[in-house]
Design a protein around this ligand. Structure first.
Ligand code: DAH
Length: 337
């Protein structure tokens, strides 16, 4: 190539730029001339072989050529922006890229619903730690020294007098140690027991505890009407409640509380095992020995109750295997949204 050939080269290069119709075309032209193997690149590399006398003039001409070419290229790039491939343009009619909203876990839904219902009746939420003392979890709840639930095959012991709470009932003790009556609390929380996981058991599960203490007489009838209201709010207006005698160390008398089956309306079906009733809670009148342990006047009156959150979720949502609640399969959890 000689100096005289440069105008022709430039004319060809600018014609190629002018012929580009899309951003891709412009890029193609750039590569053809200025890419690693581009013809203009080769021309500039050849400068070192030009005789020294011709070098300044040749160099200047090449620089001017290169400047004219890149300027034309930039101008063309702007002119054709938005042309060609469809994805280069923004199409406002395209459907959005929906990522889905999150949803609450069924155990959270149940906990919030129970809390809401009891809040309407004046119960406030109390809290307590997962790591408890033996005193709060057992002694103060009037649990005999050799009661089997204290056994290390049932309880996760962390030290001589420290454990992972096996129930939310110790929050009753914490609350009464901290406050004077009247007390009206509800406490949702995690509990731990050495249970082998199966369809209805888990070593880590959730309970909701309730405690009502007053200086005026409180009876089983008060407990029953409170739980009947809860049952109807939670499961539906036609739900009946029945008490069966039971034993808990911290209540006397103690009862187990059944709701009439919401599926068959009490006629008998697979959900209620043909009995028409479903066991939901443990409850009772607070034992005076518990009041003594927390320094309350044993003449106080109170009732307490405790329920399993998993159990209510299973009944309310027809969950057949509690493990579904823990494996965090989003396809499953989204069905509760
Ligand atoms: N803590 C009991 C359990 O884990 C449930 C319970 C029963 C709680 C009776 C209570 C109650 O407050 O009065 O089985």
């Amino acid at each position: 190539m000689t100096l005289q050939d440069i105008p022709q080269f430039q004319a060809d290069a600018l014609a190629a730029v002018a012929a580009a119709k899309t951003p891709d075309d412009v890029e193609g032209v750039r590569i053809k001339f200025l890419g690693r193997n581009g013809s203009l690149t080769a021309l500039m590399k050849g400068l070192r072989d030009v005789p020294p006398a011709d070098k300044p003039a040749f160099g200047q001409a090449l620089n001017a050529l290169r400047a004219a070419f890149t300027e034309a290229l930039e101008a063309r790039k702007e002119a054709v922006a938005g042309e060609g491939a469809a994805h280069e343009a923004f199409d406002f009619s395209m459907p959005g890229n929906w990522r889905g909203a999150g949803s609450l876990h069924p155990l959270t839904l149940v906990t919030e619903e129970v809390t809401r219902i009891f809040a309407q009746m004046g119960f406030t939420v109390a809290d307590g730690p997962d790591i408890e003392t033996e005193f709060n979890n057992f002694d103060a709840l009037n649990t005999a020294k050799h009661h089997p639930s204290r056994d290390e095959r049932d309880t996760f012991w962390l030290g001589p007098e420290l454990l992972l709470r096996t129930q939310t009932s110790p929050v009753q003790i914490r609350t009464m140690l901290a406050r004077k009556p009247p007390v009206r609390i509800i406490n949702p929380g995690r509990c731990y027991r050495r249970d082998t996981t199966d369809a209805t058991h888990s070593a880590n599960f959730h309970q909701i505890e309730g405690l009502f203490v007053d200086v005026k007489p409180v009876s089983l009838a008060d407990l029953k009407s409170t739980l009947a209201h809860f049952a109807r709010e939670m499961m539906g207006p036609q739900i009946q409640v029945r008490f069966r005698p039971h034993f808990f160390p911290f209540t006397e008398p103690s009862v187990e509380v059944d709701f009439s089956c919401h599926v068959c309306k009490g006629k008998g079906c697979a959900v209620c095992k043909q009995s028409g009733w479903i066991e939901i809670l443990g409850a009772g009148i607070v034992d005076t020995r518990v009041f003594r342990h927390v320094g309350y006047d044993p003449e106080c009156y109170g009732y307490a109750f405790g329920m399993g959150v998993e159990r209510i979720a299973m009944i309310k949502y027809g969950v057949t295997d509690l493990r579904h609640l823990y494996t965090n399969d989003l396809r499953y959890l989204r069905s509760f949204a």
